[in-house]
Design a protein around this ligand. Structure first.
Ligand code: AMP
Ligand code: MG
Length: 318
């Protein structure tokens, strides 16, 4: 009897050890890294064997994209365009051509609600400063002239951009992270990564089978505006694609009891006034979703929803 008990015990221990080892081998390996880029925390999680090199290649490219598109970096392509005189052809990186071309497409589709030429006005609001104050009406109307009369010419063969006005400037703050999300997924796929999720400060893009859910779907929580981070108003389920939110709570300041946020209506030169605080777009491309989120915020529920629908995207207002 004692012998039987010992055999049973040994068998049980073996089963437990093999069981645990099997689970450990069975679990999909994960490579994850977070860096501060595009003025936000960017996390890339790749589910595949030996995906460290892929994640590191993604961050190399994200950092390059950030340098190319950074408004505040004097050596960025954006600054070169902004400093240029009218008619001067500025040679830029192909990525910058791609971003500007897509932005121009959404400008047209949104009747100017999304406009990267907003820079002369968006910069007046100084959201990057510690104690911003609203600009005067005079400053706004003066700078709006440069926005309204601005023209950008993109030559995709020569890789050049030129302006029709000396004073025109571009701000890729509403589009660059979106583009970066698409590029990140492209690199991960090229490296053969089976599944991945990329979070660029709330701009989420993903593909493949989520190893942490039974059905393999990704579940993205939509941040409740002005609530503690991680408090969600809704959850979006998807197999692949992008979920991007533009919200007034992401960047704003208070002055004499008024709240001023960073999504500017190009028609007025002031923060777009709406009854909701955030717009989330679910689309195939992260770049498309990024531009659309800003555009839809400015357009309002009716016109915004029509725009999203016409581009095959889903929209959530909160
Ligand atoms: P997002 O967070 O994607 O909604 O983008 C907001 C950022 O885009 C702002 O911080 C500005 O840099 C820029 N921006 C603000 N208003 C607009 C607009 N109407 N069209 C394009 N870019 C904008
Ligand atoms: Mg955007």
């Amino acid at each position: 009897m004692k012998k039987l008990k010992t055999i049973f015990l040994i068998l049980l221990i073996f089963t437990l050890i093999f069981g645990l080892a099997y689970r450990a081998f069975d679990r999909v390996p994960k490579s994850e890294s977070t860096e501060f880029l595009f003025d936000t925390y960017c996390t890339v999680a790749a589910y595949s064997k030996d995906a460290d090199a892929a994640v590191s290649a993604v961050f190399d490219e994200l950092s390059r994209l950030h340098s190319l598109t950074n408004f505040f970096d004097e050596s960025s392509d954006v600054s070169k365009i902004n400093r240029a005189k009218h008619g001067e052809k500025v040679k830029v990186d192909p990525c910058v051509i791609n971003i500007i071309s897509k932005a121009q497409e959404i400008k047209l589709a949104s009747d100017g609600a999304f406009d990267i030429s907003i820079a002369p006005v968006s910069m007046l609001w100084k959201f990057d400063e510690n104690t911003p104050t609203p600009p005067t009406d005079e400053q706004i109307s003066q700078s709006l002239l440069s926005v309204k009369n601005s023209g950008l010419m993109v030559d995709a063969d020569e890789m050049t951009v030129s302006k029709t006005l000396d004073a025109s400037m571009i701000d890729l703050g509403g589009a660059a992270k979106g583009y970066a999300g698409d590029v990140a997924l492209k690199i991960l796929r090229e490296y053969g990564v089976e599944a991945a999720i990329v979070d660029l400060g709330g701009n989420i893009s993903c593909y493949g089978k989520n190893p942490n859910s039974k059905d393999g779907k990704w579940r993205i929580g939509l941040q409740k505006p002005f609530a503690p981070t991680g408090e969600y108003s809704n959850t979006v389920q998807l197999t692949e694609g992008a979920v991007v939110t533009s919200g007034t709570y992401q960047r704003y300041f208070e002055h004499e009891g008024e709240v001023y946020h960073h999504i500017i209506d190009p028609k007025t030169g002031r923060p777009a006034r709406q009854s909701y605080q955030s717009v989330t777009i679910v689309a195939e491309s992260s770049m498309e979703a990024d531009c659309l989120a800003t555009a839809v915020y400015v357009l309002g529920t009716e016109r915004g929803e029509a725009l999203a629908r016409s581009r095959g995207a889903k929209v959530y207002f909160k």
